[in-house]
Design a protein around this ligand. Structure first.
Ligand code: SF4
Ligand code: SF4
Length: 244
């Protein structure tokens, strides 16, 4: 369980740093920066998410995301798996409209292209005034309310604007057979005890994926390793090599 303790510790620290880092994940500031042809902090962070996920899948979501840490705190209040299916597609609709907005704003923008990772921060710190705290707690509510009402990491499933970058990146990596961190399963070893379902912070039906041999292709899996660490039959493992 050492890995899960380390993971929870990393998520907690990431959450504590969120007032400093929040602007680097901002879906709004990237549009404001685009209007001035500035590549800001969130542009750089989202680009890195896309590229690194070709090798690391959605490990960012499982180990480092402050929004993930926030929602895992909410597990104490609502531990039900969030309903999925069509709801998981909401985030892709939001993402496409948002990306179109960024592109259109950039095309209509002025000035030469510049890079400013600290755009709209105060010496690199995001929340540096009372006014910014209003926005900060608005974002906190936006992320935590779905988890409180719908269950495990519902904001990741339904509305996260960052997840599609990593889904796209990891899918490209898988299609190109780039060595990528993912979960492999062994149907033969599985005894259907469903411990993996109980511990999955994303509320996924891991057992059914094991039976269907689909763990490595699940785009909602954040590679947290809870299923790997709790499986009594060692039917799940991390892998870099694609077996199929
Ligand atoms: S915990 Fe392991 S043995 Fe139990 S259902 Fe999941 S994969 Fe199968
Ligand atoms: S399937 Fe396993 S690795 Fe993926 S999110 Fe669920 S518990 Fe974590």
């Amino acid at each position: 369980m050492t890995r899960q303790k380390l993971r929870h510790t990393l998520l907690l620290f990431s959450l504590l740093l969120f007032p400093i880092t929040i602007w680097y994940f901002s879906p709004y500031l990237i549009i404001q920066a685009a209007s001035e042809h500035i590549m800001n902090g969130s542009f750089i962070v989202f680009s890195l998410m896309l590229i690194l996920s070709m090798f690391l899948g959605r490990a960012w979501c499982g180990f480092l995301c402050p929004a993930g840490g926030l929602q895992e705190c909410a597990l104490r209040c609502n531990d039900r798996p969030a309903k999925q299916g069509w709801r998981n597609n909401i985030k892709y609709v939001i993402w496409v409209l948002w990306i179109i907005g960024i592109i259109v704003t950039f095309i209509l923008g002025k000035n030469g292209v510049t890079i400013d990772p600290f755009f709209m921060t105060d010496h690199g710190i995001s929340v540096a005034s009372i006014y910014n705290y209003v926005i900060y707690y608005g974002v906190i509510l936006l992320l935590i309310l779905p988890a409180l009402f719908h269950g495990r990491r519902a904001a990741c499933h339904y509305i996260c604007w960052m997840a599609p970058f990593m889904v796209i990146g990891s899918t490209i990596g898988r299609v190109l057979h780039i060595p990528q961190l993912h979960i492999e399963s062994s149907c033969e070893k599985c005894v259907s005890c469903k411990k993996c379902n109980q511990v999955c912070p994303m509320g996924l039906d891991v057992t059914s994926m094991v039976k269907a041999g689909k763990n490595s292709r699940c785009t909602e899996c954040t590679l947290c390793g809870a299923c790997v660490d709790h499986c009594p039959k060692r039917a799940l493992k991390y892998s870099w090599k694609w077996s199929k």
